[in-house]
Design a protein. Structure first.
Length: 239
C-alpha cells in the first residue's frame, strides 16, 4: 500500500470512528536528530509553587519535559542564577515593589521579587526533573547589574553566555525550547536562538507563563514574527 493510500484509509477509518483501534504510525511527526538540541529553561524551585517567583502551574512542565527528553540526543538546561542584591530585584531599590519597572543603563527592567539566588535551594533544579543525558547547564543572570532572560545573551545585548558558540561548535542546527517562563526566559531564549541562526521551535505545552498584562500573548506574537515555530509535545515522535 502506498503512503497515500494508507492516509486515505486512516481518514476513512476515523470517519467511521474506527481509527482508535489502529496504532499510530507517527506520520508527519518530528524526529529530532543529531543536530537538534532540547533547551530546558529555568525549571527551578523558584519558578514553581512554593518558590519565590512562582509561575502558575509551573510544576506541570516537569512530566512533559521528562517525556520529551527521551527523544533528544542533545540537551542543555539553564538556571537563573542571581547574586544577592541583584539589579533585577525590587528590593534593591528604595520605594520599588515587585512587578513595577525601572530604567537601567541598558533599558527597561521589570523588577522581580528576590529569586534564584546562587547556591540556594530556591535556585536548584526541580527535584523531579529527570534529564540524565543533559550535557550542559548554562547559568545566567550572575552579573549583579545586568539581568539575563535569554540563555544566549544578557539584557545589555552585549554580554554573551557562550551558548551560541557551543551549539555551533557541536553542529547543532535546530533548537527546541521548553520550560519557564514562556513570556520571559523561554521567549527571549527562542528569539535569540533565531538571531544566532538556528531553526527554532517552542514546545507550548512544555512551558508555562507569568503573564504580566498580556505578556504571554505578546511573546507568542513576537516569537512568531521572528520565525519561531509554535509546536506541541504531541508533534514529536517520542517512539
Ligand atoms: C525569569 C523573570 C525573572 C524566567 C527569570 O525564568 O522567565 N523571569 N527571572
Ligand atoms: Zn531572574
Amino acid at each position: 500500500m502506498q503512503i497515500h493510500d494508507r492516509r486515505f484509509f486512516l481518514q476513512a477509518l476515523s470517519l467511521t470512528g474506527l481509527a482508535t483501534a489502529v496504532p499510530s504510525f507517527a506520520a508527519g511527526k518530528i524526529k529530532p536528530g543529531a543536530n537538534a538540541v532540547l533547551i530546558v529553561v529555568d525549571v527551578q524551585n523558584c519558578f514553581v509553587t512554593g518558590g519565590t517567583l512562582p509561575v502558575a502551574k509551573g510544576e506541570e512542565v516537569v512530566p512533559v519535559i521528562n517525556k520529551i527528553a527521551a527523544a533528544f540526543q542533545n540537551i542543555v538546561a539553564t538556571q537563573d542564577w542571581h547574586t544577592a542584591g541583584h539589579a533585577s530585584f525590587a528590593s534593591s531599590y528604595a520605594g520599588k515593589k515587585p512587578f513595577e519597572t525601572t530604567t537601567l543603563k541598558y533599558g527597561q527592567q521589570v523588577l522581580w521579587p528576590d529569586h534564584c539566588v546562587q547556591g540556594t535551594d530556591d535556585a536548584a533544579l526541580h527535584k523531579d526533573l529527570k534529564l540524565p543525558t543533559a550535557q550542559l547547564i548554562i547559568r545566567k543572570g550572575y552579573n549583579k547589574g545586568v539581568d539575563s532572560y535569554s540563555a544566549f545573551e544578557e539584557a545589555d545585548r552585549k554580554t554573551v553566555t557562550g551558548l551560541a558558540g557551543y551549539l555551533k561548535a557541536r553542529g547543532i542546527k535546530s533548537v527546541y525550547v521548553t520550560g519557564l517562563a514562556t513570556d520571559f526566559c523561554v521567549a527571549w531564549t527562542a528569539m535569540d536562538a533565531r538571531k544566532a541562526g538556528f531553526e527554532v521551535s517552542v514546545i507550548e505545552d512544555a512551558c508555562r507563563g507569568i503573564d504580566l498584562n498580556g505578556s504571554v500573548a505578546a511573546a507568542w506574537k513576537q516569537m512568531s514574527a521572528k520565525g519561531v515555530k509554535r509546536i506541541q509535545s504531541a508533534d514529536l515522535d517520542l517512539a
